[in-house]
Ligand binder design. Structure first.
Ligand code: PMP
Length: 428
């Protein structure tokens, strides 16, 4: 007989029926609580939908926060992972496997990386950024340039090095002093960027082409272009964190490819959607020089790049490429954005493929996005997310259909109507 994960969980539970409340109580007792109280106990997913322990269905327009690139329980990903696991599961990094090599080659081809480029596989976005940071630290040591630049509003992860590059004071301050030498520049501010480089001594610059956690805020093309010129002219490394924007999220394979003037980074980090939910991150080193920064013995990981993870990522890239998914991302993203813009309560929409932020303005409601997220989930079966008090974020599966998008918009309209006390028609 086949054991499901739910069977396994209830085998560990008391023999009586397990209610969602009881599970949440056990969660609070057994887990650290760093994530607060979970919104629900989820037991099953399929495509853009998930079901909770009480059987309630939700349309998931967050996709594991930009991770479930092909939706939940995608048949190809599931079968590739299980057959790879049944053939050859984990091996150490004393060895390699065909899927690891093929994935590295595929990523380099999609990124149009020059000869001599190379890939390091990690297990998450933070870990990919730790690897990038170590490459920059190595350059810092060798060049004697002490400064590392990042931007206000940045999010690069919560491990110590990545946190040193993450701006939000609430995430940093409880931990006191982090990595010395990191400076934060104001977002999208060209004169500030120019003067930071004029002062000299910059070893590296970390940028998210679009700041996701800050509310889907894009850097201007001109800013990215100038960042490339300045880093090159001053012998500094340009690191693009495409953990959230990479692998098709914005309707291009990687966001930097949409930037005018051909901004190519020295280092780029990926994770999130790369394995369609199977944990994998990657650092791409562009060209021979960047590739030498993490040479033999300079870095390591036990799990990174193992066969099931690299098979899941290869299958993800294959499905995106062969299924016309980038085109889908652009059209369904535009559909969602125009439906959002039709609502009088939506002040501004920033849409890049299926990477969407929407600012709400509802007189008399202080944190409209946060309240809307709760109403949408509890009463309308819609999973969305708030970044800050007033900004909604949508990051659905890249294969979300036009019909699913329309259904999500109906649920969102009903939730907005409820929040503002209007009928759905009056809400837009
Ligand atoms: N960089 C960016 C741009 C991210 O959005 C995130 C996750 N929100 C991370 C890094 C960290 O990734 P992970 O949670 O996989 O460590």
């Amino acid at each position: 007989p086949q054991l499901t994960s739910v069977d396994l969980a209830s085998a560990a539970a008391s023999p009586s029926a397990v209610s969602a409340d009881a599970l949440l109580q056990r969660y609070s007792a057994a887990l650290t609580g760093v994530f607060g109280t979970p919104q629900a106990v989820l037991v099953r997913g399929s495509g853009a939908r998930v079901w909770d322990a009480e059987g309630k269905e939700y349309l998931d327009l967050l996709g594991g926060i930009a991770v479930n690139a092909l939706g939940h329980a995608h048949p190809l990903i599931s079968s590739v992972i299980s057959s790879q696991q049944a053939t050859l599961g984990h091996i150490s990094n004393l060895f390699t496997s065909p899927t690891q090599i093929a994935l590295a080659e595929k990523l380099l081809a999609l990124a149009e990386a020059p000869a001599g480029s190379s890939v390091f596989f990690a297990n998450s976005g933070s870990e990919a950024n730790e690897a990038a940071l170590k490459a920059v630290l190595r350059h810092r040591k060798e060049s004697g340039k002490p400064r590392i630049l990042a931007l206000e509003g940045s999010f690069h992860g919560r491990t110590t090095g990545a946190l040193s590059l993450t701006h939000k004071p609430a995430y940093r301050e409880p931990f006191g002093e982090l990595l010395p030498g990191v400076e934060f520049l104001p977002f999208n501010d060209l004169p500030a960027l120019e003067s930071a480089f004029e002062q000299g001594g910059v070893a590296g610059l970390f940028l998210e082409p679009i700041q996701g956690e800050a509310g889907v805020l894009p850097l201007d093309d001109a800013y990215l272009g100038r960042a490339r010129e300045l880093t090159r002219a001053h012998g500094a490394l340009l690191v693009l964190d495409e953990v959230q924007t990479g692998v098709g999220r914005t309707g291009e394979w990687f966001r930097y490819q949409a930037v005018g003037g051909g901004v190519v980074p020295d280092l780029m980090t990926l994770a999130k959607g790369l394995g369609s939910g199977f944990p994998i991150g990657a650092l791409i080193c562009f060209g021979r020089q960047a590739s030498t920064l993490l040479g033999a013995g300079q870095h390591g990981t036990t799990f990174g790049g193992n066969p099931p993870a690299t098979a899941a990522a290869l299958a993800t890239l294959h499905a995106i490429e062969s299924g016309g998914i980038l085109e889908n991302v652009r059209t369904v993203g535009a559909q969602l954005a125009s439906a959002l813009r039709a609502h009088p309560q939506v002040r501004q929409v920033r849409q890049f493929g299926l990477h969407i932020g929407a600012d709400l303005d509802i007189p008399g409601i202080e944190a409209p996005a946060k309240e809307l997220v709760t109403i949408a989930r509890q009463r309308h079966g819609l999973i969305i997310n708030a970044t800050g008090e007033a900004t909604l974020r949508l990051a659905p599966p890249l294969n979300l259909t036009a019909e699913e998008a329309a259904e999500a918009v109906e649920r969102l309209t009903a939730a907005l109507a409820e929040l503002t006390g209007l009928t759905p028609e009056a809400a837009g």
